[in-house]
Structures are given as C-alpha cells and as structure tokens.
Design a protein around this ligand. Structure first.
Ligand code: TXA
Ligand code: MG
Length: 325
C-alpha cells in the first residue's frame, strides 16, 4: 500500500532519495531529503513547480536547525520558543551546506518544526531536514488529507504518510528578518498575526505582486479550476444568478440554492473550524458541474485574515494567463 502510517518505511524511502507526502498541522507536504539535490529535483518535477521557488526545510529540533543557519536572531529564537512545533516558518540566513536548489539560490532558507506526531517521529529518525512544499500541483488548492494527495500526486510519490485531516488547515505564517534585523511578514497563515506581533511588535508587510520572488507572494495561487468570485453573496447572486453556481459561505447556507451545491465553513462561527474546512470545501465545490463558485469573506481577525488571503488568491480575477509551454 502506498498510503499508511508506517514511519519506518517513510524514513527508508527518504534515506534512499525518494518522495514521501507527510502530514503536518497546516497542510500535507511533499518531502525529500533537503541535502540530496537530486531528490529535491523530484519535488519540483512532481509538482510542476517553477524552480525559482524556494522550499521550506522541516525538522524536529532547534539543535539540528542551528547547524544549518548562520544565525538565529534573538527575536527569531523567541518566536521559535513560543510557536514551535507549530504553523510558523522563519526565513533565516543559510549556511552554504544548504543546497541552492532548496533556497532557489536565495541567501535565506525557510525553516519550521511542524506539529504532527507521525511527522515529528519521522523527523527524529532522520539526520537531515526534509524540504517540503505543499503536496499539490503548482497553483492548485493545498491538500489537507492523505486522499487529496493521492488523488493528484498519487502516481508521483513513493509513499503517503497518513496522519489524518490537518488540524489547522492553512499553511504556516512566514516571517523573515531583514539585514537590519527587522521582522517582515511574508505570508499570512496558521498563527494569527496578533499572536506574533504580541512578541515581535509590528511586522512590516510584504505586499503581493505580479512579479513575486516566491509563490506565496503570487496574487493567484491556491485556486480552484471553477471560476471563484468573492464578495457579498446577495450581490453576487444578483449578478450571476442561482443556476450553475456553487456557494461557499462562512456560517449560513443561502436560501433558494440546493444544499448539495453549498458548503458552510463553520455554522457555529468558529474561525479555527473555518480554516480547517477551507481547502477541502473548495476542492469539493470544484468537483461540481457548476460554472461559478460564489464565496464570501470571513471576519477579518485572527486566522480569519489568512482565510481571506487564500480566498482572494483563489479569485478568478487574479488568475494569471497560463505560462507558455
Ligand atoms: O505550512 C506550510 O508552510 C506548508 C507545510 C507543508 O509545511 N508548506 C508550504 O510550502 O506551504 P510551499 O512551498 O507551498 O509554500 C512556502 C512558501 C512559498 O511561497 C515559498 O516561495 C516561500 O514559502 N519561501 C520558502 N523559502 C523561502 C525563502 N528562502 N525566501 C522567501 N520565501 C520563501
Ligand atoms: Mg504551496
């Protein structure tokens, strides 16, 4: 079986240069030995991801991590102590032993200690870090279950470690440190901005652009194939009608549209539950025979900011022209 809970098998595959999908609390990752450039090439190929796009290195210990980075600024250390294991990625100056293919030649490397018992137990068995992007084809919605990975990349991975549905459901928050030591937010994510700023003080914000350094900065990303429109649901329905549409709402279903064409992120109004359900709901709606997905934002606080960020990037208006072959 290609899907299972066999950590020893996963370790064996990774040591031999193979690809293993790993569960994390945010989303599933597509992992390889970060110190084996040929294995890392396999990640880019499987995802069809442009190679200018750097990967996050995952490990289980700060002690190991210190041997791979030039320095851990005091603020980075404070954030690591507070939030690891957890959905936070830090961009730190890399040592030269970190291969160029992992950082796409950039001077910093993204690192994080994920919170998932199976993956932590796997990482303790490995001397090397795991380079892992989200385990989805480039630009598509990130996977939050082993089945999501199997559906899209099943042929291309050697093993899928099944840790159940992701508990957080949205990718890690990314914080980098500039050369003057000031912290910058590169991606909203699973740790609320407020919680980080309580320790770091105000973060500079990196704005989305058409010509990004990294995919997390792409305006269009995490997108379904069906055109998604984001706004006030009543207004969207007035514009697009009730035929051929699917609805993604925060708490309440829309009256007058079949329930099987609708998903509510959290009927009880919990933002954590909404984050857990976001990507699976988008995938389900993307399977329906409809022309449009009409969606609304959630309250803009805590992890709600990251949910709205993902919804904005899933918008049809932000979809870029397909790259020329
Ligand atoms: O929660 C997560 O972060 C998941 C799980 C698997 O850990 N991983 C994930 O990886 O979302 P990925 O590759 O899909 O998104 C990571 C983002 C990308 O936008 C990448 O370009 C950016 O982090 N990134 C990674 N290393 C970087 C670096 N050295 N400098 C700037 N951006 C970096
Ligand atoms: Mg990704």
């Amino acid at each position: 079986m290609k899907i299972g809970k066999d950590v020893v098998k996963a370790a064996r595959v990774l040591k031999a240069g193979g690809l293993v999908a790993i569960p994390t609390e945010t989303v599933y990752g597509l992992a390889a030995n970060a110190f084996d450039p040929q294995a890392v090439v396999g990640i880019y190929e499987a995802k069809q991801r442009p190679s200018f796009n750097p990967l996050i290195m995952h490990t289980d210990s700060l002690t190991k991590l210190r041997t791979w980075v030039e320095e851990l600024p005091p603020l980075a250390n404070a954030l690591a102590e507070r939030f690891w294991p957890g959905p936070l990625t830090l961009l730190l100056p890399r040592k030269t032993l970190v291969p160029d293919i992992v950082t796409a030649g950039l001077p910093r490397v993204g690192v994080r200690i994920p919170q998932n018992p199976l993956t932590l137990s796997l990482l303790t068995q490995l001397a090397f870090p795991l380079a892992a992007p989200s385990a989805n084809p480039f630009g598509y919605i990130s996977p939050t279950t082993a089945e999501h990975v199997a559906q899209q990349l099943g042929e291309k991975v050697d093993y899928i470690l099944d840790g159940g549905p992701a508990q957080v459901g949205i990718e890690s928050t990314i914080v980098g440190f500039e050369s003057d030591g000031s912290p910058t937010l590169y991606r909203l994510g699973g740790i609320a901005l407020e919680a980080i700023e309580a320790i770091s003080g105000p973060l500079k914000r990196f704005t989305l652009s058409e010509n990004p350094q990294t995919s997390g900065m792409l305006k269009s990303h995490y997108a379904p194939r069906v055109a998604l429109h984001l706004g006030n649901l009543e207004e969207l329905i007035a514009e697009f009608g009730t035929q051929n549409v699917a609805i993604l709402s925060f708490r309440e279903a829309v009256k007058g549209i079949e329930r099987s064409l609708q998903r509510q992120l959290s009927p009880s109004g919990s933002l954590n539950e909404a984050a857990q359900n976001l990507f699976a709901s988008l995938r389900e709606l993307d399977q329906l025979p409809v022309q449009y997905i009409l969606a609304e934002e959630v309250p803009a606080q805590g992890i709600g900011l990251a949910i709205n960020d993902r919804l904005q990037r899933a918008r049809f208006e932000h979809r870029q022209k397909p790259a020329e072959k």
